[in-house]
Design a protein around this ligand. Structure first.
Ligand SMILES: *[C@@H]1O[C@H](CO)[C@@H](O)[C@H](O)[C@H]1NC(C)=O
Ligand SMILES: *[C@@H]1O[C@H](CO)[C@@H](O)[C@H](O)[C@H]1NC(C)=O
Length: 480
């Protein structure tokens, strides 16, 4: 069993002239448990102090009492059936859907986790501090809830969750299904940093890697014949675009949320239930890194893109004015280069709105691409910084991940980034016509000029005092 032994928290000053520090919890490579090998990495912004200065675009009202003290911005209702709105925290760091259980009408906010198959929620008998600031579910909330004697325990690199398995009817996306999940009675304080009340597992894990030994929500939707195809599609909203229309589609992709055809990439077999696909290459403005044999673990539950140091260094070298500080990088806030990841022969663009992070001062911004090996030396962990740019289909039976290119109008709408609560949500614009022609990254020729022509979205200023925490959890879980 691998036990993390280095210090749990190290504060790194990014720039001598900047007072901002990153409380940084290192990610540890691999943890073995007695029964299972299981791992997952989470990253989220420190959400300890609910921000009341952030924008509010929510139009879906929470009708019931709320104990959850975090800033969660409801997305507009989905545009197709069998779908649920994907809410977020207002800083693009955590993406959640709401779920209700049994006879209760209370909404619980569940982090979308495509890198794990476990679903758990904070329980009513939880006495941990964390549970005081989140919505909890337990006896007294739903008359149909049954709590079993079977316990679960999920151990993270920096925390843990444990409790009992429970069963109730889960209501999500218009479906009502019998569902067994973890009801956590003991939640470590690490989760104070996160807005969600629980985690919805959407990984590919089978029973051997699913540490809560119960069918996942996708399994249940299939066994109940509620969806024909075992897949889900995800559109994650970008706060600075001013359109809060995140959506999770069960069974059928929503073609309104991307242009042209989906580009499918076969998944790589692995025992962890990861959605892992081959990366052809990466680049900046068409200049290729020239890396080979890399793979990407596609994770909606990770905010950033993390790649081993050498790859991150090479990538940032192509962004003029970038600097390195250990695992993290700065890029000019005014950077115009488009970072590209190439999958299935297509260069998918990452907008400056996404990889150029919070302002650090002196014109420098944090890069949201981190130089850290999370798993193997050729594996990249590709999270929301990339996924915001595409519509992503996770196809279980097809063993493939599909990417659809999003319309650029949404990005162009960025000037309306700050909308006060109660204002109407800008209506969704129609997608661009036409398909995207696959393009190849060319090997970089020195002096080759590149002039990006789009995607100059206004970046949201994160606000001066806000601390960015790169929280990373590795899951090691045992059903006791
Ligand atoms: C919660 O879990 C921690 C870590 O295993 C343990 O030390 C603590 O005693 C547990 N608390 C309760 C109330 O069970
Ligand atoms: C990426 O951006 C380039 C340059 O703006 C554009 O020509 C290309 O079509 C984009 N690729 C995709 C897949 O959207």
């Amino acid at each position: 069993m691998y036990i993390p032994s280095t210090s749990a928290v190290a504060c790194l000053s990014l720039l001598p002239l900047v007072s901002a520090f990153y409380p940084y919890v290192p990610v540890y490579p691999i943890i073995h448990s007695r029964k299972d090998l299981y791992k997952s990495v989470r990253h989220a912004e420190d959400a300890l102090n609910p921000r009341d200065d952030s924008i509010s675009l929510g139009i879906r009202r929470t009708l019931t009492r709320r104990t959850n003290k975090y800033n969660i911005i409801s997305a507009q209702p989905p545009t197709q059936s069998n779908s649920v709105a994907v809410d977020q925290d207002g800083t693009d760091f955590s993406y959640m859907v709401t779920i209700t259980f049994g006879t209760s009408s209370e909404e619980y906010h569940m982090l979308l986790d495509s890198a794990a198959s476990n679903t758990w929620i904070m329980g009513g008998d939880c006495t941990s501090d964390v549970c005081n600031t989140h919505n909890t579910f337990g006896n007294g909330d739903s008359t149909s809830l049954t709590i079993s004697d079977k316990t679960f325990s999920i151990v993270y690199g920096t925390g843990q969750v444990s409790g009992n398995l429970a069963t109730d009817t889960a209501h999500i996306a218009g479906f009502s299904v019998p569902f067994t999940f973890g009801l956590a009675s003991n939640v470590s304080s690490d989760f104070l940093s996160y807005p969600m009340d629980g985690i919805l597992g959407l990984g590919r894990g089978d029973s051997t890697s699913n540490t809560i030994e119960a069918p996942s929500i996708m399994d249940v939707l299939i066994s109940e014949s509620l969806i024909k195809t075992k897949l889900f599609g995800v559109h994650l909203s970008r706060t600075s675009s001013g359109v809060n229309d995140g959506e999770l589609d069960f069974g059928t992709p929503n073609p309104q949320l991307y242009n042209g055809d989906l580009i499918y990439i076969p998944t790589i077999a692995n025992t962890n239930g990861f959605w892992e696909i081959a990366v052809d290459d990466a680049g900046v403005d068409g200049k290729a890194l020239g890396v080979k044999g890399r793979s990407a673990i596609i994770d909606t539950g990770t905010s950033f893109i993390l790649m081993p140091s050498d790859d991150a260094v090479a990538l940032h070298k192509l962004i003029s004015g970038s600097t390195q500080s250990g695992e993290t990088f700065t890029v000019p806030c005014s950077a115009t280069e488009i970072v590209q990841l190439s999958f299935g022969g297509v260069n998918f663009n990452i907008s400056t709105a996404d990889y150029v992070g919070r302002r650090l001062g002196g014109g420098a911004c944090a890069s949201n691409i981190i130089g850290r090996q999370t798993f193997g030396s050729t594996q990249w962990l590709v999270g929301d910084v990339y996924l915001k740019n595409v519509y992503t289909v996770f196809d279980f039976d097809g063993s493939r991940v599909g990417f659809g290119v999003k319309g650029e109008e949404k990005v162009a709408a960025s000037s309306s980034a700050t909308v006060s609560g109660g204002s109407p949500v800008p209506s969704k614009t129609s997608p661009l016509a036409g398909t995207t022609a696959p393009t190849a990254l060319s090997q970089q020729s020195p002096g080759a000029s590149a002039s990006p022509t789009h995607n100059m979205a206004v970046k949201g200023d994160e606000g001066s005092g806000a601390m960015l925490a790169l929280m990373a959890f590795i899951v090691l879980a045992v059903v006791l």
